[in-house]
Design a protein around this ligand. Structure first.
Ligand code: CO
Length: 149
């Protein structure tokens, strides 16, 4: 498996609205996406972009707020009422190859490969098998058709 860039750090928050104010006013972030719901994952999501010299494709902070009473994020929020770092997400070129790689190393994969917040296939790995970090693996987004001229 070829490890790609660190795509984002997932940060849980009790209020995306409050977090957006924090990232704008304290951290000086200028490019924050509109929040959207991911009901099948029980979260509301938005992205804070950290710019690079060449543009806006820097590593993101993925803000996640529990959505619905059965959200899997509820237990995390009970232990961490202020929110905090929830997961890290690395890109890979081929999600199927990566899944086989981690399976071959005996790492527990949490559920099926599914489409994540970036519209690209993802899966999560059990934190107890990953040096304590809930780890998300996502396939590097392909350029959209309208981006190719
Ligand atoms: Co994520």
């Amino acid at each position: 498996m070829k490890l790609g860039r660190l795509n984002h750090i997932g940060v849980a928050t009790p209020s995306i609205a409050d977090s957006i104010v924090y990232y704008r006013e304290v951290m000086g972030a200028t490019y924050i996406t509109d929040p959207f719901d991911l009901p099948e994952q029980g979260v509301k999501v938005c992205f804070v972009n950290t710019p690079t010299d060449s543009g806006m494709n820097g590593t993101q902070i993925e803000l996640i707020e529990p959505l619905g009473e059965t959200s899997t994020l509820r237990a995390f929020m009970e232990k961490n009422p202020l929110g905090g770092q929830h997961h890290v997400c690395y890109e890979v070129e081929d999600i199927g190859e990566a899944r086989a790689w981690f399976e071959g190393k005996g790492k527990r994969i949490l559920g099926p490969t599914r489409i994540g917040a970036h519209d690209t296939p993802i899966f999560f790995l059990h934190p107890k098998d990953m040096m304590g970090q809930l780890t998300e693996i996502m396939e590097t987004p392909k350029p959209k058709r309208e981006d190719i001229h």
